[in-house]
Write a protein that binds this ligand. Structure first.
Ligand code: CAA
Length: 390
């Protein structure tokens, strides 16, 4: 059966997230964007009302919401401000490999923390010379008895400057390419150096930092999944989180569409509101279609996960289409505003800047096309990694 009708609970959840975005995020979003101010008060409040860590299972004290539920929340919060939503949602990315690969005890320890207080965690995959090409990473983890010792640097790490712990990917067998990468749960200590808060084009209220590990010791029980199976864990994580990014992109595009609709009804040129001109109507129509299809592709990719099915190609379809849509629709919203769209006193230039990262993080639009092409030309079966027992 194909049915995208939301349940009463899902509608309530969406309303809760929308109210939060309208009352707590929108009123300050443009101000926080100016100086790149960290939204700690919003994070504290979102944690209090249960809009963070939504996928932590009930057995670990979390709400155990579905992936579709998560997408409903992510679209609304991102409609408020995608930079602030990036800060609120990054725990989900860091926690996904823990969910897939950690032992019961480790999950209890770390999920308890996330649920108990507004603690933040970061996902550390990217390196200066290893962005799209994950297996080019240089960070090393050497086994010494019961511990691993980590050395190396990760860049573009969301929430890096505020995280209490990190899920870190490192080479345990440097000669084995993608088959020599392992994942670890690393707590912040004196050996973990955070620097270079990036000065970004958009999503300026989010924190993006470089994290360096200097002889950082991690007990073997914090190995996530099996040794040398970290690459697949990273890919499985991204399959689970890309629907959320697609939902965020949909939220940005929807915000831009709404601003453009309102403006086109007020702005008078040639004696009538510009919404009366077919040139503008057709732009609005295309924007609306793209937002609608982004949401459908996003929900489809999330529902497959909720059904326990593999969603690699659908999550790449959704992420690619919604990200490109966000860029196109925000650019068109600026066009509808005309010269005013280019001015910071008006809301849409921020959305256009924010939209750009959607085509870059969690896999560029080109990487999504690569995944889609491979999965389409040569579909493959993928085994699930076992949880760590060390
Ligand atoms: N699930 C499980 N296994 C998978 C998989 C998936 N979705 N995709 C690939 N694999 C497996 C393959 O089956 C293969 O297995 P074998 O070893 O058994 O052969 C193995 O992984 C290697 O696969 P590929 O040959 O396809 O690997 P590749 O080196 O060509 O890379 C890639 C594929 C799609 C380009 C991948 O590297 C990729 O997704 N790159 C983008 C990385 C990315 O998204 N980075 C974003 C960082 S996170 C971020 O932005 C965070 C933030 O703070 C916001």
């Amino acid at each position: 059966m194909a049915d995208f009708t939301l349940s009463v609970e899902q509608k309530n959840l969406r309303e809760l997230a929308h109210d939060f975005a309208e009352k707590e995020i929108r009123p300050v979003a443009w101000e926080l964007d100016k100086e790149g101010t960290w939204p700690q008060a919003i994070i504290d409040k979102a944690h209090e009302v249960g809009l963070m860590n939504t996928h932590v299972p009930e057995e670990y004290g979390g709400p155990g919401l579905s992936y579709l539920d998560g997408c409903l929340i992510e679209e609304e919060l991102s409609w408020g401000c995608s930079g602030i939503q990036t800060s609120l949602g990054a725990n989900g990315l860091a926690a996904a490999p823990v969910h897939i690969g950690a032992s019961h005890e480790v999950k209890r320890e770390y999920f308890d923390e996330l649920i108990g207080s507004p603690v933040l965690a970061s996902f550390c995959l990217t390196e200066p010379d290893a962005g799209s090409d994950v297996s080019g990473m240089r960070t090393r983890a050497r086994r010494q008895g019961d511990t691993y010792v980590l050395n190396g640097s990760k860049c573009f790490i969301t929430n890096g400057g505020h995280a209490s712990w990190f899920t870190v990917y490192a080479k345990t067998d440097p000669d084995a390419g993608h088959r020599g990468i392992s994942a670890f749960l690393v707590r912040k200590d004196d050996t973990v150096v955070v620097d270079k808060k990036e000065d970004k084009m958009g999503q300026r209220a989010s924190n993006t930092a470089t994290i360096t590990f200097n002889d950082t010791e991690v007990h073997a029980r914090y190995l996530l999944g099996e040794e040398n199976k970290g690459f697949k864990l990273a890919m499985m994580t991204l399959d689970r989180t890309r629907p959320g990014v697609a939902a965020m992109a949909t939220g940005i595009a929807r915000a831009a569409l709404e601003f453009a609709i309102d403006y086109s009804k007020q702005r008078v040129q040639f004696g009538v509101p510009i919404a009366m001109h077919q040139a503008v109507q057709f732009m609005i129509a295309d924007m609306a279609t793209k937002v609608h299809l982004s949401r459908l592709a996003t929900w489809n990719s999330a529902v497959l996960l909720d059904q326990g099915r593999r969603n690699t190609v659908e999550s790449s379809h959704a992420k690619r289409f919604a990200a490109d849509t966000a860029m196109e629709v925000t650019t068109d919203a600026v066009q509808v505003y005309g010269g005013y769209g280019f001015i910071k006193d008006y809301p849409v230039e921020k959305l256009m800047r924010d939209a750009k990262i959607m085509q870059l993080y969690e896999g560029t639009s080109q990487i999504q096309r690569l995944v889609i092409a491979r999965e389409t030309l040569l579909p493959r079966r993928v085994e699930q990694p076992a949880a760590a027992t060390a």
